[in-house]
Design a protein around this ligand. Structure first.
Ligand code: MRU
Length: 354
């Protein structure tokens, strides 16, 4: 990703291999700040309070979290404890458990003193693989867009943030958009604001702007109307977990967009790297959905004219709020799943990714 024309990844190890740096996503789009994370506890905090978020990025972050844990104590007991704590830090995105389990299997058979350097190497491998998978998703998605493109502006609607910031680089849902824009296709992106945390309004809009992709932020309720008006040609979203039958679990509100797309015969794609596909899980209905704090619904954060980030209450003081963070879009509403290995109909996914 380029920020002010400088290349960044969303997470990177510092050269002393004693800490990793992240971009603090709770401060965007108003402040671009790096934070150095040098302990397991700080990484768990960064994941749970969403300084880092997005399924592939929390997978890579958890892998680096285990490397930090090994610096402090590389015993079997600490490896197990750190793994459990990381897995519990956010339950829905399968990439997190996938990355932690991969790290644990890699480290378990080594002697404790060998684990520190092996953990940094394996975490870096997970990060590099994520970059390559997302780059390939971009190429397969570009082919889909190019096929549907008719020499006039092509309008894509996306939900939440499944861009650079949600991965180590390139993004998932936004990777085809960047590839198509770079190939010279005229694109415009409708960006769902994505209440309650506004990842669309704050993160997707910011990173599309950094890349120069034309976009418009819309309220979460506008997508159905725009589809009826013929102003959406394709929907592309990311996912936190995809079941073997092609059910797509993604940020709350995705299901409503899939229903509206289906009603208007608009293709609806989920873009996911293979670690997001939970082949052991037969149906999406069995996914544990993270219920986040009700204050995320009761309050909104914004930027004051004098440059401060401020939180304001937007519901009555005595009203309750509920905050399920994800929903499941049934496979019947999904046109295809864009992976690094190609684009598959939901019922061909398990076979396709092998
Ligand atoms: O709660 P978040 O911001 O971590 O949720 C992120 C999403 O739902 C994304 O759409 C999903 O992780 C795909 S990220 C490539």
């Amino acid at each position: 990703m380029f920020v002010n024309h400088i290349h960044y990844r969303a997470i990177w190890p510092e050269s002393n291999f004693k800490s990793v740096s992240i971009i603090d996503q709770t401060k965007l789009p108003f402040h671009f700040e790096h934070v150095q994370i040098d302990t397991l506890e700080k990484m768990i905090h960064a994941i749970s309070c969403m300084q880092v978020r997005g399924a592939p990025l929390i997978g890579a972050s958890a892998a680096y979290g285990l490397a930090l844990a090994m610096l402090n104590d590389s015993s079997n007991a600490h490896l197990r404890l750190a793994a459990e704590q990381l897995i519990q830090s956010r339950p829905t995105a399968v990439n997190l458990a996938w990355a932690v389990n991969r790290m644990v299997s890699h480290l378990t058979h080594l002697l404790p003193h060998e684990r520190v350097s092996a953990a940094w190497l394996e975490a870096a491998k997970i990060a590099d693989e994520d970059v390559e998978q997302n780059r390939m998703i971009g190429q397969h998605g570009l082919a889909l867009i190019a096929q549907a493109y008719q020499e006039k502006t092509f309008h894509i609607l996306t939900h939440c943030n499944a861009g650079w910031l949600a991965t180590v680089d390139f993004g998932t849902a936004l990777s085809p958009i960047y590839a198509a824009h770079d190939a010279g296709l005229a694109l415009h992106v409708w960006v769902d604001e994505t209440r309650p945390r506004n990842q669309g309004a704050s993160l997707t809009a910011w990173e599309l702007g950094q890349h120069g992709v034309p976009h418009t932020v819309i309220s979460d309720n506008a997508g159905g109307h725009l589809m009826q008006q013929g102003q959406v040609d394709m929907v592309i979203v990311g996912a936190d977990r995809v079941a073997a039958n092609g059910d797509v679990c993604n940020k709350i509100g995705t299901y409503l967009k899939a229903l509206a797309a289906d009603d208007n015969q608009i293709p609806f794609y989920a873009a996911v790297p293979s670690p997001t596909i939970d082949i052991e899980l037969a149906h999406g209905r069995d996914i544990v959905i993270e219920e986040r704090h009700h204050d995320e619904v009761a309050y909104m954060q914004g930027h004051t004219a004098d440059g401060r980030l401020q939180s304001v209450r937007v519901i009555p003081v005595h009203s309750n709020a509920a905050n399920p963070a994800f929903d499941v879009t049934p496979a019947r509403l999904v046109t295809g799943i864009i992976t690094e290995k190609g684009v598959f109909a939901p019922n061909q996914l398990a076979k396709g990714i092998g």
